[in-house]
Design a protein around this ligand. Structure first.
Ligand code: ADP
Ligand code: MG
Length: 240
């Protein structure tokens, strides 16, 4: 589904991503872990062209998103993104947060968009919040709305950038539970997270980034029990 080949990203003099290559298969769940500043967010943002790679190639479902002739809006429609700080539309109800892009970007009929939105709100446990406004929701509820909103575009893959890092501890679980149930639908997912238990239990593979390099790319059973590098060992010592 997502093919990354020799990806480099620099900001001015700063080389943030150094020759990253990996593949995320359809239906696979990959977690991206590593120290703060190691390039995790930049890597994720390159996957839907929120950042433009400096060098290298990224293919999403066969389309080269680094090729200037590729319609990047179409690519973005197919890749849902969930951020640490929700980014809901504050002036729209929960229902309209979910239907806005399907109606206005994809041209879905209002009735169909609303039907799907209600289904997704039920899926994330918020069927009763359709007419609520974001500022009346808890952080965990906001993030579940953000996930449902991304799903409302019926994406082929979902990217999550530290979706639980801004939440009070008691709300982390409800969001991880929603993400876990999403993995069971066969969704292709890339998740930047510090939740090591989630990575261990839910991921098919763990990517460990350090100083812009993809240092380890292994199933959790290997990464957590027998990391190959000192850098991963140090990281895990601090995290676990
Ligand atoms: P992580 O998500 O792993 O914490 P980031 O991808 O956010 O790491 O950042 C990696 C490095 O790139 C950091 O040194 C950060 O300061 C730098 N960086 C990120 N975005 C920009 C930007 N837009 N301009 C300049 N430097 C940036
Ligand atoms: Mg980050």
């Amino acid at each position: 589904m997502i093919n990354v080949e020799n990806l480099h990203k620099t900001f001015g003099e700063l080389e943030v991503l150094k020759d990253i290559s990996t593949t995320i298969d359809a239906g696979e769940v990959v977690t991206i872990v590593g120290p703060s500043g190691s390039g995790k967010s930049t890597f994720l943002r390159c996957m839907n062209q929120l950042e433009e790679p400096t060098k290298g190639k990224i293919l999403v479902d066969g389309a080269d998103i680094t090729d200037p002739s590729t319609n990047i809006n179409e690519v973005r429609e197919n890749i849902g993104m969930v951020f640490q700080h929700f980014h809901l539309f504050p002036h729209l109800s929960v229902l309209n947060n979910l239907t806005y892009a399907p109606i206005n970007v994809k041209g879905v009929a209002k009735k169909d968009a609303e039907e799907l939105a209600h289904k997704l709100l039920k899926q994330v446990g918020l069927a009763d919040k359709a007419n609520e406004y974001p500022n009346r929701l808890s952080g965990g509820q906001k993030q579940r709305v953000a996930i449902a909103r991304a799903l409302a575009m019926e994406p082929k893959a979902m990217l999550f950038d530290e979706p639980t890092s801004a939440l009070d501890p008691e709300m982390v679980k409800e969001v991880l539970q929603v993400m876990k149930s999403l993995t069971e639908t066969g969704m292709t997912m890339a998740v930047v997270t510090h939740e090591m238990n989630f990575a261990r239990e839910v991921a098919d593979r763990v990517l460990f980034l350090d100083e812009g390099k993809l240092v380890e790319d292994a199933p959790p059973s290997e990464f957590f029990t027998a990391p190959k590098t000192e850098r991963a060992k140090d990281f895990l010592d601090k995290m676990l």
